[in-house]
Design a protein around this ligand. Structure first.
Ligand SMILES: CC(C)(COP(=O)(O)OP(=O)(O)OC[C@H]1O[C@@H](n2cnc3c(N)ncnc32)[C@H](O)[C@@H]1OP(=O)(O)O)[C@@H](O)C(=O)NCCC(=O)NCCS
Length: 167
């Protein structure tokens, strides 16, 4: 099984939408992804392709810190794999490729909200241990990975599109 990871193009939007709709319980993630693209906030958007079919997608968009800090950060969300192809390493490939591009683009750090058991294998650590808070009232599930430097402390907010829909 050869999986290729490549940047998303406009031709992939429909396939990505159907993956998001089948991987998540509601259409909130699909709406968020559309809004992020429309607002030009899709900094990194990659697809996983198997036999010319799109089977996975990952998006990174800018985060902000409150109070503001000079470090540049991205939020990893969402990542989704077609349920038929889950637990075969596709999500891991998308995440590793995405993190490499974050580094190439000179970002300082990235955050994610999700299962520590899953994301810690990619180098994410509990953000609260570094004084970084989130808006969702979670603790261990809010994680950060440092590429160059972290904001000293503060609230890290995902891009506004996430608060438009209840993800
Ligand atoms: C989460 C997701 C992207 C992972 O992709 P994947 O290709 O299935 O995962 P991989 O094959 O790389 O890794 C498999 C591992 O992830 C674990 N895993 C899969 N989904 C998980 C989840 N939602 N939470 C925690 N662990 C998860 C599996 O148990 C497996 O663990 P193991 O390696 O210890 O056996 C995919 O399962 C998915 O699309 N889930 C639904 C959407 C979602 O919840 N996205 C994440 C939030 S934005």
């Amino acid at each position: 099984m050869t999986i290729t990871i490549r940047p998303e193009t406009q031709q992939d939007h429909q396939a990505v939408e159907s993956i998001l709709l089948s991987a998540f319980p509601t259409d909130a993630e699909s709406k968020v992804v559309n809004a992020i693209r429309e607002n030009g906030n899709a900094v990194i958007s990659l697809v996983a392709v198997l036999d010319e079919k799109v089977i996975g997608h990952i998006l990174f968009s800018p985060v902000t810190t409150h109070p503001p800090t000079p470090e540049k950060g991205l939020g990893l969300a969402p990542v989704a794999v077609d349920p038929v192809h889950q637990s075969q390493g596709v999500g891991s490939k998308l995440i590793r490729a995405g993190l490499q591009i974050c580094i190439a683009l000179q970002y300082d750090y990235a955050v994610v909200l999700g299962s520590p058991n899953y994301y810690m294998r990619f180098g994410f650590q509990k953000a609260n241990s570094f004084g970084l808070q989130n808006e969702y009232g979670v603790d261990a599930e809010f994680m950060v990975i440092k590429f160059k430097s972290l904001p000293g402390s503060g609230l890290v907010k995902f891009s506004d599109e996430f608060s438009l829909f209840s993800v």
